[in-house]
Design a protein around this ligand. Structure first.
Ligand code: F6P
Length: 538
């Protein structure tokens, strides 16, 4: 039936669809400071209804409650999925998560709070840290980096003075080298965030910082240890590495890396922004949790977003979507969503190991506007693939340059309208352009026509605050949950990344060796290993 709706709508352009005020109103829903406008998506109310009924028939409410109450919905790893419990303290609805889970979470938040107040009061020594800390280096990758990085940059107007924060992610030694050149090892605090405490990039970077700080103390282990905190689900590995017991903050198996911002992984954000703002972000997420748990599908923002994504991906067959934030403060949103969505939804089989009935998650890419307009929007307007766009914008900026801000907002609306409406031959004719000699009028006109019918979503935040950012991120988390349930896949594992990591370890072991047996590697890999070995001295 969904395909029948798509066929019925094939000849109905968005120009026409958006004339229906009732449809537009149903497709525009608000939660607090967040407005979700789906009215530029290529569907009408009957199609939306059919999508909603399809989802309703899947038993998504029961699945949702199973997640919130801590059932083992991550079946391939035999774990519950309880990132919502990390912010339950800010929720209006009572959390059904197990009491011991909620207690552990609260104790950890209190421990984070103690550390943050001590550091802000210049009393780090009371928590076993260096007396003066001018710089905090957060080392982590993937989910142990992207969330805190997003929050710290997005909420920079809330930044506490006097402590600079740096994110060290990639294993590229150049970045480590350049960063350390500007820091004082005796005044630098290092947070190692790694759920597994076994991630190559993170450990290599942590080792580099340990060596650098150790040199400043002539190897004095006690003084060295004061500089390191760890956030991990493997405290024994952190201890063995050299982080003192009291400096270790827990992660739990029931929180995946990509939803760990709300855990002690967010410690760096709490330090940079202040505990009150970190808690406000948790409360913003909890507000979305309550909404997701209680609103009917017709008004439920994460559900509506999921319905549209299913429509675009599985009914219309679009390859993915571009996420364009018209706010430099949100420059890390797209990378954050790339992990959240592509690591969660990029699967090929369902929870029982059977091939999926339809397509799994598409490609998420993008950047910031208006920069993106001057780089790749041409392809979005006239390229042969239809790529839905998600615009994110702020109604009120945190600065007084209103002319600049109005330019941002008007570009969002202008681009979304242009994608939807396109430009007809008649409109081209009515707005003639200078024609180079020898070029037929029709040839130029055809090149100036825009097909239109290119769907987009606009998410408007009244303001970028800890609350609105928390709600925005939770909106996407729940969208992912709904799609994973509907498509039958496990959003909370990532088996696909493991073989590549194992191969990298094997290759690292032979790269430096003199005489090596490369027979274990495929010919293409072998050739490049040899090439690197031969040329690295030069
Ligand atoms: O390689 C993927 C991944 O496991 C992500 O899921 C995770 O967020 C990232 O690596 C970092 O892992 P860890 O926190 O264990 O260092």
């Amino acid at each position: 039936p969904l395909a029948a709706h798509a066929a019925r709508l094939a000849g109905v352009p968005l120009r026409e669809l958006i004339q229906d005020p009732q449809r537009n109103e149903s497709l525009r829903q608000r939660l607090g400071p967040l407005l979700l406008d789906l009215s530029r998506q290529s569907l009408d109310l009957p199609a939306l209804q059919a999508l909603g009924e399809d989802l309703e028939a899947s038993g998504w409410q029961a699945a949702r409650e199973a997640m919130f109450s801590g059932e083992s919905i991550n079946r391939s790893e035999g774990r519950p999925v309880l990132h919502t419990a990390l912010r339950a303290a800010g929720a209006a609805l009572p959390s059904p998560a197990p009491a011991e889970v909620r207690r552990d979470i609260e104790q950890t938040l209190q421990k984070v709070e103690r550390l943050v107040s001590a550091l802000h009061a210049g009393e780090g020594a009371s928590c076993g840290l260096p007396t003066t800390v001018t710089d905090v280096v957060h080392i982590g990758i993937g989910g142990s980096d992207l969330g805190p990085r997003l929050a710290v940059h997005a909420l920079s107007r809330y930044r506490r003075p006097h402590t600079r924060v740096h994110f060290l992610t990639n294993v590229d030694g150049q970045t480590v080298h350049d960063l350390l050149a500007g820091l004082d090892p005796r005044r630098t605090l290092v947070i190692i965030a790694s759920k597994s405490f076994n991630t190559q990039e993170t450990l290599l970077n942590a080792n580099a910082l340990r060596d650098w700080i150790a040199r400043a103390y002539d190897g004095n282990a006690r003084k060295l240890a004061r500089h390191f905190l760890a956030v991990t689900a493997r405290p024994e590995a952190a201890r063995a590495w050299g982080v003192p017991e009291s400096h270790i903050y827990p992660m739990w198996d029931y929180v995946s890396g990509r939803t760990s911002l709300w855990s002690a992984v967010g410690l760096v954000a709490a330090l940079a922004l202040g505990m009150e703002h970190f808690r406000a972000m948790l409360a913003g997420a909890a507000r979305m949790d309550d909404h997701f748990r209680s609103a009917e599908w017709t008004q439920n923002l994460p559900v509506l977003l999921a319905l549209i994504e299913h429509w675009n991906r599985n009914i219309k067959g679009f390859p993915g979507r571009a996420v364009i934030a018209y706010a430099d403060l949100l420059r890390d949103l797209t990378p954050y969503l790339q992990q959240l969505e592509m690591e969660s939804l990029g699967k090929q089989v369902d929870q029982n190991g059977q091939p999926l009935a339809g397509r799994s998650g598409g490609v998420v890419w993008g950047g910031v506007g208006t920069n993106a307009q001057h780089a790749y929007f041409q392809a979005l307007h006239q390229g042969s693939d239809v790529i839905p766009v998600e615009f994110i914008a702020l109604v009120r900026p945190a600065h007084p340059l209103h002319a600049n801000h109005d330019a941002l907002l008007s570009n969002v609306l202008g681009q979304a309208a242009s994608l939807a409406l396109g430009r007809s031959a008649a409109e081209v004719q009515a707005d003639p352009e200078r024609r180079p000699e020898g070029l037929a009028a029709e040839a130029l006109a055809a090149q100036r026509v825009l097909p239109g019918n290119r769907p987009s979503t606009i998410i408007l935040l009244d303001e970028l605050t800890p609350q609105s950012l928390g709600s925005l991120i939770a909106l996407y988390e729940h969208k992912v949950f709904v799609l994973a349930h509907w498509w039958g896949l496990n959003a909370y594992d990532q088996w696909g990344v493991e073989p590549g990591k194992a191969l990298a370890r094997q290759i690292a072991a032979v790269l430096d060796a003199e005489a090596t047996d490369l027979e274990d590697f495929d010919p293409a890999t072998r050739a490049l290993i040899q090439e690197i070995q031969d040329r690295r001295e030069g």
